[in-house]
Every structure is written in structure tokens, then in C-alpha cells.
Design a protein around this ligand. Structure first.
Ligand SMILES: Nc1ncnc2c1ncn2[C@@H]1O[C@H](COP(=O)(O)OP(=O)(O)OP(=O)(O)O)[C@@H](O)[C@H]1O
Length: 453
């Protein structure tokens, strides 16, 4: 009997009951007390399940099981063993057999294969985020940093890192279940589950995951109702040691219109920032993006330095500028893409040149980067040769590029008086006039600052 419908089973059972009565297999009173109120639930793989209402009936059937085995085998024309279950036992089995409803995570796990850890250039601006993201992907111990919260402006690599975690898990830990989803899509799913009265199924499906990665969680601010359900899901995942990774454009406590108890949970793990790439990182990113793309045309380091300086506010802009440059090179067909060609191509670009935004602090920082010293050192009273030279050069550049009064420059260097500052400035002017000493250094730092003669 292949029938899944119970009618066929009932027809068969009806026939058997009829036989029992007709052939007086049991006494009439016994038949009415124990047998007549039974049912044949189903027959699978030679096992017939008989459903009975009372424990006494069950015992009766079990004591006479061979009789029922024979009756069933004859009726169904195959070897059958009967098992007898109470209604209650059967409903447990039915529950287990009912396939669990799964929530479909529309738009989830759309992972870009090239957003890997290997393709992510590390630098001071993103080192912490990289290390924490890699740690989360690598660690088999749950709750490594939980939640991991990566924040920073647009286009700095947050999405790249989340995709890198998923790519890593896919290749190295295939048993791990993860969901990467954009914050907007996640909130829409929450709203949908509430509308369709399926929030239980939604929560249950999310709790099957080992990793939940939500990009741009700031969208949670959309509705209060979704925040309630999110809070519920968050706690369930966290309590069962599942890894949660979130990104946002701001630090958790600066998130607007999000419930305070949710924000306090976001700050309970590890929050790391990504900032604009520094010059060296920007250059490395450009070099990485060029890999395999410049077979026919040569692009000089100076050209890359120019882009790295001018468009390093975010990586998307860097990539955009590089693509634009390569496109223009196809149109103009220069022998090499050098600094002059690059400057020329971007001369009408509306993006403000960094010279417009120069500040004494920016100059000090760039000089520090050049000499590999810290801001504290350059502002200190230290007379160590390297630090003192760096200080003289920074003073010279602040005066030359920003025309800041000597007294004011003094306040940038631990409140030195204006005559000390003048001495520093004069020293560099003297070197430059005498033998051009420091000319290359100064030109190089100017270039890094985006200042072109
Ligand atoms: N350190 C890096 N190395 C290589 N590529 C990078 C790096 N940082 C960012 N990128 C690239 O820059 C582009 C923008 O990055 P991404 O989309 O991850 O930014 P985001 O911070 O998520 O921005 P948004 O908040 O707008 O979504 C991507 O193409 C990404 O691969």
C-alpha cells in the first residue's frame, strides 16, 4: 500500500475488524472493549502502526500482537509487524515528522568572491578591523569578540571584511552556517515575518546559524517593532554563543533612533574603526587594484602617488579615480601614464585638492610619517637629531604653505616662543639656499600633502 491517505489504511483496517468479528477471533465483549476503537495509522517498511486510545487497550494489543501481525500480513499480502501506539505517543511522532518550516532569507549570502582577506590591503587605518575580522573567522571558540562591531565612513572596506569572513568560512570551515545580509534587507525580513505572523519561524531559522553578519546595522532605526524582534533574536544568538558581526557608519553609541538597551549590547563586545587609508596604504591598494590590468600601458609611481594623495578619503574614490585614469589613457593613448598626464586628466575634477584643506596638524603628521616619529615626539622638547630636523622641516612647511605667524606656530610645538620658531625656519631656508640640502625631502613631503608646484 503506497497510499499516504488514511482512507486506504482505514479500508484495510475495516476489513480486518470485519474478519475478526466474522470469525469470532475474540469474544464479542472483548472486541467491543478493546478492538473496535482502534485505527490503522500507517504502514511503512513492513511496520504497521496501530493507534489505540487507552493504555489498557495497548496492553491487550501487545498481548495479542501475533494475531494482529497475521491478520495484517494476510490482508496486505506481505510480512507485517505491528506496533501499537497511544494517541499521545503518535502525536509526538507526528510533530517530529512534520518538516520544520524554514524562513527564506531573501537577498542573504550574496557574497563577492574577490572580497577576501588576501585581497584586503592592511595599513594603520584598518589593521584592527582586519585582525578582529580574521580572528572571528578563524577562531573555533565561539564568542571570540561578540559582537564584533566595525564602524567607519562609507567606502573604507567594512563590506569587504564581512564578505572576507564568509569566503573564509566557506573555504575553511564548511560546516559553519552563516548569514550575511544588508541591514536594510534584514529589517525588511523582520517586518515581513511580523506581517505574515511568522516571527517564530524567523527566530528559529536565525538561531540555526553559527554566524550572523549584518552590514549597515544603522537601518535598524527604521521601526520600533523591528527593534523589539531584533533584540529578541540578538539575545537568543548571544546566549547560545553564536557569533554576531555588525557594521555601521558610526560608533554604536552615536547610532540614532535605536533603543538604548540594543546600543548597550552592541558596545559589550569589541568595537573597531576603519579610517581613511594613509598614503602608503592608499598606494598599496592602487597597486593591488592594478594587478593584471596594466599589460599594455605603464603607469608610473608618481602618477599613483598623485592619486593616492588626492583621492584617499575613501577606497571607493581611489578605485574610481584609477578607473577614470585608465579610461582616459585609452582615449588619449599616452606613452606612459605619468604624473603630468595624471594631473592634466584630473585638473577639472571637482574634488577639492588637498592643499585647500591643509592645516598645521596635517603638515606635522605628514612630516612625522616621513620620519617615522610620533606627533608627541615632534611637539616635544627632544633635541635628538632626527626629531629636531623633522621639527625644523615641519615649521618651515607650515610657514611656507600656510603663512602662519611664528608665534602661532610656536603653540603647535609645545608653546615654544616665536624666536625659537624663527631660528628653525631660518635654518631650513639657509640649508636650501646654500646647497639645496633637504630640497628633495621637502619636495617629497609636499607631494604627499598634495601640493604641486
Ligand atoms: N584595504 C582595502 N584593500 C583593498 N580593497 C579595499 C580596501 N578597503 C576597501 N576596499 C575596496 O573598496 C571598495 C569599497 O569598500 P566597501 O564596499 O567594503 O566599503 P564600506 O565601508 O562597506 O562602504 P559602505 O558603508 O558605503 O557600504 C570595495 O571595492 C573594496 O574591495
Amino acid at each position: 500500500m503506497t497510499e499516504s491517505g488514511s482512507n486506504t489504511y482505514q479500508d484495510c483496517w475495516h476489513q480486518i475488524l470485519h474478519n475478526i468479528q466474522e470469525n469470532n477471533i475474540f469474544e464479542k465483549s472483548v472486541f467491543h472493549s478493546y478492538v473496535s476503537n482502534s485505527l490503522l495509522y500507517d504502514v511503512r517498511d513492513g511496520i504497521a502502526t496501530i493507534e489505540v486510545p487507552f493504555i489498557t487497550t495497548k496492553r491487550f494489543f501487545e498481548q495479542n500482537i501475533e494475531v494482529f501481525n497475521d491478520l495484517l500480513s494476510t490482508q496486505l499480502d506481505q510480512q507485517i509487524s505491528a506496533q501499537v501506539l497511544l494517541e499521545k505517543e503518535l502525536s509526538n511522532r507526528k510533530r517530529q515528522e512534520t518538516p520544520k518550516e524554514e524562513f527564506i532569507f531573501e537577498n542573504g549570502n550574496k557574497i563577492l568572491e574577490n572580497y577576501t582577506f588576501e585581497n584586503f590591503i592592511q595599513g594603520q587605518s584598518n589593521q584592527q578591523s582586519y585582525a578582529a575580522a580574521y580572528g572571528c573567522a578563524y577562531s573555533r571558540e565561539q564568542s571570540f569578540y561578540n559582537p564584533l562591531f566595525i564602524y567607519g565612513n562609507s567606502g573604507l572596506g567594512k563590506t569587504h571584511l564581512l564578505h572576507a569572513i564568509c569566503n573564509y568560512l566557506k573555504s575553511n570551515r564548511p560546516d559553519v552556517k552563516y548569514l550575511y545580509i544588508d541591514g536594510n534587507d534584514f529589517i525588511n525580513l523582520i517586518i515581513k515575518s511580523l506581517k505574515e505572523n511568522k516571527s517564530d519561524v524567523f527566530i528559529e531559522s536565525i538561531c540555526q546559524l553559527d554566524y550572523l553578519l549584518i552590514d549597515d546595522i544603522q537601518h535598524l532605526a527604521k521601526t520600533n517593532q523591528s527593534q523589539e524582534l531584533f533584540f529578541n533574536i540578538y539575545n537568543k544568538l548571544k546566549d547560545s554563543g553564536k557569533q554576531i558581526i555588525l557594521t555601521s557608519d558610526v560608533y554604536p553609541s552615536e547610532l540614532k533612533n535605536i533603543n538604548a538597551r540594543i546600543i548597550s549590547r552592541f558596545t559589550s563586545g569589541l568595537s573597531v574603526s576603519i579610517t581613511s587609508p594613509e598614503f602608503e596604504t592608499a598606494v598599496s591598494i592602487l597597486q593591488k587594484k592594478l594587478e593584471g590590468r596594466t599589460n599594455e600601458i605603464i603607469i608610473t609611481d608618481d602618477a599613483l602617488f598623485y592619486i593616492a594623495n588626492r583621492f584617499n578619503e575613501d577606497v571607493r574614490k581611489l578605485e574610481g579615480a584609477l578607473n577614470e585614469l585608465l579610461f582616459k589613457a585609452i582615449l588619449h593613448n599616452p606613452e606612459v601614464i605619468d604624473e603630468h598626464f595624471t594631473i592634466d586628466m584630473f585638473k577639472d575634477n571637482p574634488i577639492i585638492s588637498q592643499t585647500d584643506e591643509l592645516t598645521p596638524k596635517k603638515i606635522k603628521k605628514e612630516v612625522c610619517n616621513y620620519y617615522n616619529i610620533t606627533l608627541k615626539q615632534i611637539e616635544s622638547k627632544s633635541r635628538t637629531a632626527d626629531i629636531a630636523n623633522a621639527r625644523h622641516i615641519a615649521i618651515y612647511l607650515i610657514r611656507e604653505l600656510l603663512d602662519v605667524p611664528f608665534k602661532k606656530i610656536g603653540s603647535e610645538f609645545g608653546n615654544r616662543d616665536h624666536s625659537t620658531i624663527m631660528t628653525s625656519y631660518d635654518k631650513i631656508v639657509g640649508y636650501l639656499n646654500e646647497k639645496g640640502i633637504y630640497k628633495d625631502v621637502i619636495d617629497d613631503i609636499k607631494k604627499r600633502l598634495g601640493v604641486y608646484a
